[in-house]
Design a protein around this ligand. Structure first.
Ligand SMILES: [Zn+2]
Ligand SMILES: [Zn+2]
Length: 373
């Protein structure tokens, strides 16, 4: 890890906030790490979002920090000697607000064009007549499933929603796409339907939130598909093409294959790259296996709880998660996480959905072989 650090331009704090780092790869390619602050805090602290300026022949930026961080990002780049206008484009790793929140501000103050997965382009728009009932008609489709109450979104999200509507996106397709001779994107959905990783030759991979140190990325729920199905048709017709734990596991296995083909990759994650005063260098193949194992363990734990009798996702969350993680909005996030695992367990035949949102176990453990290689 340390051999890749060419210069610490700004030291920042212990979590990486305010840090600016120049990475140097053996070929001479330089990448600037630009972690911008997040404000979510609490027990679910992600640390800052690591955005990266890749100084390739056609230089580009990956991600734009959260809402309000666009200008700060321009200043951070300036401290590394980069004019935002010298970049060719900004690529969005996926449509979560901690990654695309600063985008409109960035684009409006520069000449940068935007690349993102085609699903991102579809989901940032409003479709008032197709929105689910409950005051969501002025939300972009990607936020229809958000469980936050009105008090949260009226304070944090309305400005963000508004600026997304004006963005012009150059869409990137499924599978693997070549943006330049040594720049390839891979569509690896599951954490979000539009997740993209960027492979830089044999040397480095920018993984967004697909693979993180310290943190297990949250899978989406397949049930969200129904909500946006009309917006993303006709290309996607079944939930597990782009949503859910099943899809996330397939994406992780693809990352594992990439790691096997390129064993010496520098992994550039979007959170916790530097945290609590230390660097979290990742061995990609090992980390993929750890994440797969984490989901094996969680599915196993859910089945264990269900041995005592049927339970709802909320009941399972209360038994499975530590109490401090269930405070405030944590309880909704925890229950969603349980639903993702239950969807996979149902697909494997290990549990069944019963009435009144209860799950019951079948006495089998097919999930283990399914999740492992
Ligand atoms: Zn994310
Ligand atoms: Zn993130």
């Amino acid at each position: 890890m340390k051999q890749y650090i060419k210069e610490i331009i700004n030291q920042g704090d212990d979590s990486g906030n305010g840090m600016t780092v120049r990475f140097g790869l053996p070929s001479g390619l330089e990448i600037i790490g630009l972690p911008t602050k997040n404000f979510y805090g609490g027990h679910w602290d992600l640390g800052p979002t690591w955005n990266y300026a890749v100084l390739a022949d056609k230089p580009f930026l990956v991600d734009s920090g959260r809402f309000g961080q666009g200008k700060n990002l321009v200043d951070m780049m300036a401290s590394a000697g980069i004019k935002a206008d010298d970049l060719d484009f900004v690529l969005i790793s996926h449509g979560h607000e901690d990654h695309d929140g600063g985008l409109a501000e960035l684009v409006n103050s520069t000449h940068l064009s935007v690349k993102a997965h085609a699903i991102y382009e579809l989901l940032i728009h409003k479709y008032p007549s197709q929105a689910p009932p409950g005051h969501k008609e002025n939300f972009p489709a990607k936020c229809w499933h958000c469980p936050m109450p009105e008090s949260f979104y009226s304070k944090n999200c309305l400005g963000y929603h508004k600026v997304l509507q004006e963005l012009e996106i150059d869409p990137i397709g499924d599978g693997e796409n070549k943006l330049a001779p040594d720049v390839h994107t891979h569509h690896l959905p599951g954490h979000s339907p539009d997740c993209i990783a960027v492979l830089l030759g044999n040397e480095a991979i920018i993984v967004g939130d697909i693979v993180l140190p310290d943190i297990t990325p949250w899978p989406t729920r397949e049930e969200v598909f129904e909500e946006v199905a009309d917006v993303i048709k006709p290309q996607y017709t079944t939930p597990n093409q782009i949503f859910g734990l099943d899809r996330y596991i397939k994406s992780l296995k693809k990352v594992g294959k990439i790691a096997a083909e390129h064993p010496d990759l520098l992994v550039l994650p979007a959170h916790r790259f530097y945290y609590k005063g230390r660097w979290n260098g990742l061995q990609l193949a090992d980390r993929v296996n750890e994440l797969l194992e984490h989901h094996v363990q969680r599915c196993g734990a859910i089945l264990d709880i269900l041995r005592a009798g049927p339970k709802t996702a909320e009941e399972l969350a209360r038994e499975h998660f530590e109490e401090r993680l269930l405070e405030g909005f944590g309880s909704i996030m925890a229950a969603n996480e349980i639903v993702s695992h239950c969807e996979l367990l149902i697909a494997c035949g290990d549990i069944v959905g019963l009435n009144e949102n209860h799950y019951g176990q079948n006495g089998t453990g097919n999930f283990e072989n399914y999740i492992r290689w």
